[in-house]
Ligand binder design. Structure first.
Ligand code: PHB
Length: 399
């Protein structure tokens, strides 16, 4: 049992104690802790494995938002707990349970990998612990298995590819090969791409895939060369995405068959990819080159604090912090005031470096998708590919 889901008997005895404490002027230590002790924040992120830099960027973003509040949440101090999830789905439930059962966190922030997220989600639904998803786009979390205590501050997997197909058709690419890692994130990114591209009249000539986190792209690139499509679209992320773009260029495909993707392909890896990334066109809910006072200030302060450049993952971490701050402030730091806390988070407007966004009914961001092109180490904004794009939230029933 966790403090977030007390049994009825304990609730009754607690309220009886409260009346007693109030009438005698005494406060029980446990009750005092509930509102004045440290807030226990759990971070379950990848610190090793294929997505390690993404985990670090997210943690930096969360801490930056909290540091802007003097390191506190609604005036309460924070105790941090960390678990490295290694982007390993087989350890998802066990790792989330460490934070919830052992560390008794008030809020769990995690994670990056969609498969691991499903482990967190099981624990979140069973325990009722407030859970904020700072990346993983797995559909079920904000569709059929949505939950009142789970909020996503990033995207749904199909959201970031939905606008890509039309962009490609407008360029005259009528036949495309799709390539990705075969797991929920890649499969659902394909779903969004396929819907948009086929609706615009495009034909997907072949779907190629390899298991996560493999990076042996060679045989698949040879197959692409022989298929001779008008273009290639893909989902890859993290340092392996840089390898994919380099291998694509080394296989002689760059300059012959234009490469497109969800914008994760070029996030945080432009330096590593070098010229191989130049000209790659993507859609995403953020771009480093967004020239707004909000983004410029964020980028400057992040670079100063962490001695590295922020990317979309840093922004998602930062926005997770902003959402938590808004929720905590609305309930004056009492995260046990669940209905009021959830209501505040559902109606939050997040003034993000990506642009302002709101929460959909199923707890996923409603946000603009930018069209970007990688150029000399920067994701240059070409325009807005989709305005205020919401995920369908299909099958989600809250309230
Ligand atoms: C995911 O597994 O949901 C995932 C991972 C990395 C990304 C995007 C989605 O950049």
């Amino acid at each position: 049992m966790t403090t977030s889901q007390p049994t009825r008997r304990i609730v009754l005895s607690r309220s009886a104690a409260l009346i007693g404490a109030a009438s005698t002027g005494l406060m029980l230590p446990e009750l005092a802790h509930a509102q004045t002790g440290k807030i226990r924040v759990g971070l379950m992120l990848p610190y090793t494995g294929a997505f390690a830099p993404l985990g670090v960027a997210i943690e930096n973003g969360v801490r930056m938002a909290i540091n802007e509040q003097g390191g506190k949440l609604a005036g309460r101090e924070i105790e941090w707990f960390k678990v490295d999830d290694e982007s390993d789905p087989s350890k998802g439930v066990e790792n989330a349970s460490k934070l919830v059962q052992r560390d008794k966190v008030d809020v769990l922030i995690g994670t990056v990998h969609s498969g691991v997220q499903m482990g967190i989600h099981k624990v979140a639904r069973e325990s009722g612990v407030l859970t904020l998803i700072p990346n993983a786009g797995v559909h079920a979390a904000t569709r059929a298995l949505c939950a009142p205590n789970v909020f996503r501050t990033s995207f749904s997997n199909s959201q970031s590819t939905r606008a890509l197909g039309k962009v490609m058709m407008d360029k005259g690419h009528k036949k495309t090969v799709w390539i990705t890692w075969k797991y929920a994130a890649g499969d659902e990114a394909f779903e969004g791409f396929k819907e948009g591209y086929t609706a615009a009249g495009g034909t997907i000539v072949k779907e190629l895939g390899l298991p996560f986190p493999n990076v042996e792209f060679q045989a698949l690139l040879t197959e692409i060369a022989s298929l001779k499509p008008d273009a290639v679209a893909c989902f890859f992320a993290g340092p392996s995405a840089a390898k994919f773009m380099k291998d694509y260029a080394a296989a002689g495909l760059k300059g012959k068959i234009p490469l497109y993707g969800s914008g994760f392909l070029t996030e945080g890896v432009l330096a590593a990819a070098g010229p191989a990334a130049d000209g790659v066109v993507t859609t995403l809910h953020y771009s480093d080159s967004l020239d707004t006072p909000r983004n410029n200030k964020f980028r400057l302060e992040y670079a100063k604090a962490f001695r590295m450049q922020p990317d979309v993952y840093s922004v998602q971490g930062y926005d997770t912090g902003l959402l938590l701050i808004q929720g905590a402030n609305a309930v004056k730091g009492d995260l046990n005031a669940k209905p009021a806390l959830y209501k505040a988070m559902e109606s939050a407007v997040i003034d993000s470096p990506r642009g302002k966004w709101t929460m959909s009914k199923s707890h996923n961001p409603v946000q603009d998708m930018y069209l970007r092109v990688a150029e000399k180490g920067e994701n240059k904004v070409l325009g807005v590919a989709a305005k205020a794009l919401a995920d369908s939230g299909a099958g989600c029933k809250l309230s």
